[in-house]
Design a protein around this ligand. Structure first.
Ligand code: FAD
Length: 431
């Protein structure tokens, strides 16, 4: 396992670079004492800090971020979000579970929408839906089962055939699609920057302050960064796939990297190749498949690939993303990528997060992978409620499940390579 306790990326986040520069908050440069320390200013950490403030208004809360807000994974993602839970591969037995999860997500999602509205966070949020699409016969069979769950759970959707997808996205690549109406597309760096900048005054955000170690120090905890330290009663670990790097949940989750690229603006005579929908997003039917998005009027985004524990060589990531782009839009081979970046998420064996109390004064929410925008917000918010003894904490674990055991190294890396190879073969042209 890499020794770094925080993510350090080869490339900056394209979404962040597309925005005007933001002045980060100062790093932690002294020894301080607070009531709560939240590690990680992504969706989970920001939601936990804000909810703690709502429930304990006088408390001093430190939110500590390794990088700058806008450079973490909460900015590096593809910007799809929905309160509706619809598993990638679904069976009717999953419909009940998905319905219960949607209830939890909806509560947090409405809270998030309220924060966005009240603070005028401009993040280009558009409810244009998302297309779940299949390029292969197996992918179509799997998506047809997902459509049954969507129907059973009354999720608004439209079935698309090849021509319908082609009309929307301009590529002839997909044979079957499910247009889910209740999905928003947004600019993720603008959202997380807006959320962090709108935090209440009792929450102090420290950026460029990776927590390097933590230890119990009666009566609470001491966290050390390069420039200072924090003493507190309660710690919230909201650093997702990097929780194990601080010594916790090592047998429950692993760090995974995935990649995205955004093209340069295409020329006027190529605009027609991007489809007739002015804004669209497409999600794959297979978990190792490729996500696509039209950005603004004239760019495309391609998200794909997974790597365990460490980033892959940038040239390899670029070559493979280019291959996925060219297969779908052969007529746009002359269009270059302007931005390419990787982002870390967490992998858990059964897909469930780890959420709850680890020991006295220590809480964690990690293992968030896809849907992290809505899921992280929900889990962070609910974790603050667990800490403050508000609401029905038990239902989160019952409904979301708990990350199961993962084998230690070297079996983990070997397992990851084997599963990746098998799944990539299965994914075929969905990748
Ligand atoms: C390319 C890509 C595309 C994705 N697409 C989507 C999508 O379309 N929709 C969606 O909902 N989800 C998507 N995801 C997943 C989503 O981004 C994550 O699930 C989400 O970011 C999880 O939020 P989080 O707050 O739990 O973790 P993070 O966003 O990872 O936040 C954790 C923060 O902790 C910080 N940190 C780590 N270690 C330390 C330390 N030692 N000290 C201090 N700080 C630390 C990190 O810098 C980071 O900012 C995507 C992810 C990637 C990478």
């Amino acid at each position: 396992m890499s020794k770094l306790t925080y993510p350090k990326y080869a490339n900056t986040c394209g979404w962040n670079t597309m925005l005007p520069p933001r002045t980060p908050r100062a790093p932690l440069g002294e020894d301080i004492t607070v009531d709560y320390a939240v590690v990680g200013a992504g969706y989970t950490g920001v939601a936990a800090a804000r909810r703690l403030q709502e429930l304990d208004p006088q408390a001093r809360i430190a939110l500590i971020e390794a990088t700058t807000v806008g450079e973490g994974s909460s900015a590096r993602n593809s910007g799809f979000t929905t309160p509706d839970v619809l598993p990638r591969t679904a069976s009717m037995e999953m419909a009940d579970k998905a319905r219960n999860q949607s209830r939890l997500f909806t509560e947090a999602f409405d809270w998030l929408l309220g924060i966005i509205r009240d603070n005028d966070i401009a993040c280009d949020m558009q409810k244009v839906g998302s297309i779940r699409a299949a390029a292969t016969e197996e992918g179509e069979a799997s998506l047809r089962k997902v459509a049954e769950v969507a129907r059973a759970n009354n999720l608004q959707h439209t079935i698309l055939d090849r021509a319908g997808i082609r009309e929307r996205i301009g590529a002839d690549y997909y044979r079957y699609g499910l247009h889910m109406h209740d999905t928003w597309l947004l600019q993720p760096a603008a959202l997380i920057r807006g959320l962090a900048d709108a935090l209440p005054a009792t929450v102090t955000l420290y950026e460029q302050s990776p927590v390097r170690e933590m230890r119990r120090e009666s009566p609470g905890w001491r966290l050390a960064t390069e420039g200072g330290s924090i003493r507190c009663r309660t710690v919230v670990l909201a650093n997702n796939g990097f929780i194990p790097r601080l010594g916790y949940l090592k047998s429950r989750m692993a760090t995974i990297f995935t990649y995205a690229a955004v093209t340069e603006a295409v020329k006027e005579n190529d605009i027609g190749h991007l489809g007739q929908s002015p804004a669209w997003g497409l999600l794959p039917s297979h978990r190792l498949g490729t996500t696509l998005r039209r950005i603004g009027r004239d760019r495309l985004m391609v998200r794909s690939l997974y790597a365990h524990d460490q980033e892959i060589v940038q040239a390899t990531a670029e070559r493979q993303l280019r291959d996925r782009f060219h297969r779908r839009w052969p007529e746009l081979r002359h269009v270059d990528f302007e931005f390419i970046w990787g982002g870390a998420t967490a992998f858990t064996m059964n897909g469930a997060p780890w959420w709850g109390k680890l020991e006295e004064g220590l809480y964690a929410s990690g293992g968030c992978n896809g849907s992290g925008l809505a899921k992280g917000t929900m889990l962070g918010r609910r974790l603050a409620e667990l800490i403050r003894g508000v609401g029905d904490a038990g239902e989160v674990e019952t409904i979301m499940g708990e990350a199961s055991w993962i084998a230690p190294e070297p079996f983990r890396s070997i397992g990851f390579r084997v599963i990746s190879a098998l799944e990539s073969r299965k994914a075929g042209l969905e990748a």
